[in-house]
Design a protein around this ligand. Structure first.
Ligand SMILES: Cc1cc2nc3c(=O)[nH]c(=O)nc-3n(C[C@H](O)[C@H](O)[C@H](O)COP(=O)(O)OP(=O)(O)OC[C@H]3O[C@@H](n4cnc5c(N)ncnc54)[C@H](O)[C@@H]3O)c2cc1C
Length: 396
C-alpha cells in the first residue's frame, strides 16, 4: 500500500496527526499494534446493552484549555457528547481512613509559602524544587508529592515543573473539565473513522527501511506499506528501536528518554455491594498503587468502577488483595475485571535541551516524531505536537 504518510501508533498522538494529515489532503495510513485505537486514551467497555458500563483505563479528564483537541472534537461532531464530571473529591487513604487533601495540609505552612508563587518561575526547576517552595516542604512531602506521583503513575520529584501542569488559554464556553457520554475512548474511535484516514489495527510495525527517498514499513502480521513521510507516534523506546538501523543518531537520542510502565487493573462492582463513598480518585501514599481512579465522576445506575494504577512488578495476588481491601468488597463481588499496561515517559529537568536537539536533528528530514514526551504528557500536548509535525509532511 502506497501513502503520503504512514503513522506508527494509534494513541491520541498518532490519531491527531492522522486527522491533520488527512485534512491537509495527504493520503494517510495509520498502523496500530493493538486491536483497538486509543492507547492510553481508551475507555474499556465492561458491559454492553441496557447496562452498558465503560471505565477509563488511562486518561480520564479533558479541560477547556485543550483547544487543539476541541477543534478536532468539533470536526468529528463529538461536541454534543461532552458531559460534565460529577464533583466528587480526590482523597488520600491514610491509616485506613479516607481524608480530603485540604484536611491533610498544614494551613499555616501553606499560607507562609504561597506568596512564592508570584515570584518563583518554574523554568529549570524540578517538581520538588518548585512545589515545595509554593506549599512548604512538609506539605509537599506529606501530601502534594503523592498527588503529583499519581498523575503520571511514577515518582515525579525530578520531573520538570513547567511540564507537569501548564496554564493555557481557555475556551470559556466549554465546561472547565469534562468527559464524554461514552468515555474519552469514543473520541479516539471518532477520529479513526474520520474521512481520509486508513486505520489498520492488529498491525505491529516490526521493520522500517529506506527506499527511493521514502520508507518501506513492515508489520508482524505481514503488511507492507510505502510512504514518502514516516511518522512515529509510539513510545520513545519503541520508536528508538524501530529507527536503530536507519537513523542511528536519532534512535540514540530517543533512547535517552526513560519510560515507566503503568500496570492498571480496572474493576466493576455492583453499587449495592460497595459502601465506599463516591470519590474521583483514591491516592494512597507509599502503597503498591499510585492511584485508584473512579468512575463516580460519571455515575451509573447499577455499577461503580475503579482503575487501580499499580507500581510495576507487583504480583497478581497482592494486586487483587489490595483492590478488595481498599474497596472493602470480597473477591466474589468483582463483576468484571480488565488489565492493561500503558507506557508513560519519565521526563527530567533539562528536557527542553533534549527537545531542541531532537528537533534540530529532524530538520529537513521526511521523518516525523510525535507523542507525550515533547511538550508534556497531557492530551493537549500530544495533539499540539502532532499539529506542528504535520507541517513537515512531504507529498509522495
Ligand atoms: C493512567 C493515566 C492517566 C492519565 N490521565 C490523563 C488525563 O486525565 N488527562 C490528560 O490530558 N492526560 C492524561 N494522561 C496522559 C495521556 O493519556 C497520555 O500522555 C496520552 O494518551 C499518550 O498518547 P500517545 O499517543 O502519545 O501514546 P500512547 O497512548 O501510549 O499510544 C501509543 C500507541 O502506539 C502503539 N504502538 C506501540 N508500538 C507500536 C508498534 N511497533 N507498531 C504499531 N503500534 C505501536 C501502542 O499500542 C499505542 O496504542 C494519563 C495517562 C495515564 C497512563
Amino acid at each position: 500500500m502506497k501513502s503520503d504518510v504512514v503513522i506508527v501508533g494509534g494513541g491520541i498522538s498518532g490519531l491527531s496527526l492522522a486527522f491533520y494529515a488527512a485534512r491537509a489532503g495527504y493520503k494517510t495510513t495509520l498502523l496500530e499494534k493493538n486491536e483497538r485505537v486509543g492507547g492510553s486514551f481508551n475507555s474499556h467497555q465492561c458491559s454492553t446493552g441496557k447496562d452498558a458500563f465503560w471505565l477509563e483505563m488511562g486518561a480520564h479528564t479533558c479541560y477547556n484549555s485543550y483547544q487543539n483537541l476541541l477543534d478536532i472534537i468539533e470536526a468529528c461532531s463529538m461536541k454534543e457528547d461532552i458531559i460534565p464530571r460529577a464533583k466528587v473529591p480526590f482523597v488520600l487513604l491514610r491509616d485506613k481512613e479516607l481524608k480530603s487533601v485540604f484536611s491533610s495540609l498544614n494551613i499555616v505552612e501553606a499560607l507562609r509559602s504561597i506568596p512564592n508563587m508570584f515570584s518563583l518561575k518554574k523554568d529549570g526547576l524540578s517538581v520538588r524544587e518548585y512545589y515545595s517552595k509554593i506549599v512548604g516542604e512538609n506539605n509537599y512531602n506529606n501530601t502534594l508529592s503523592h498527588f503529583f506521583n499519581a498523575v503520571p503513575s511514577q515518582p515525579t520529584d525530578d520531573f520538570p515543573a513547567d511540564m507537569m501542569f501548564k496554564s493555557r488559554p481557555k475556551r470559556k464556553e466549554v465546561l472547565k473539565n469534562y468527559t464524554f457520554t461514552n468515555g474519552l475512548g469514543s473520541v479516539a474511535k471518532a477520529i479513526a473513522r474520520s474521512k481520509g484516514i486508513n486505520v489498520f489495527t492488529g498491525q505491529e510495525v516490526t521493520g522500517i527501511e529506506k527506499a527511493d527517498g521514502g520508507y518501506v514499513i513492515k508489520t508482524e502480521a505481514g503488511m507492507t506499506c510505502t510512504a514518502s513521510t514516516l511518522a512515529l507516534a509510539a513510545p520513545p523506546q519503541e520508536s528508538s528501536r524501530l529507527l536503530q538501523s536507519i537513523e542511528a543518531d536519532i534512535a540514540r537520542h530517543l533512547g535517552m528518554i526513560g519510560s515507566a510502565f503503568v500496570d492498571s487493573v480496572g474493576v466493576m462492582v455492583r453499587k449495592e455491594d460497595i459502601a465506599l463513598k463516591p470519590v474521583a480518585a483514591i491516592i494512597s501514599p507509599d502503597d503498591i498503587f499510585f492511584s485508584a481512579v473512579s468512575r463516580d465522576t460519571v455515575p451509573h445506575e447499577q455499577y461503580r468502577g475503579f482503575a487501580f494504577h499499580f507500581r510495576p512488578g507487583e504480583n497478581e495476588e497482592s494486586k487483587i488483595r489490595r483492590i478488595t481491601e481498599v474497596l472493602g468488597v470480597g473477591m466474589d463481588k468483582i463483576a468484571h475485571r480488565h488489565d492493561v499496561i500503558n507506557t508513560v515517559p519519565s521526563l527530567r529537568v533539562g528536557h527542553r535541551d533534549w527537545l531542541e536537539k531532537i528537533d534540530s536533528m529532524l530538520k529537513g528530514r521526511n521523518l516525523l516524531l510525535t507523542g507525550n514526551y515533547f511538550g508534556g504528557m497531557a492530551i493537549e500536548d500530544c495533539v499540539s505536537r502532532s499539529l506542528s509535525e504535520c507541517g513537515r509532511i512531504r507529498k509522495a
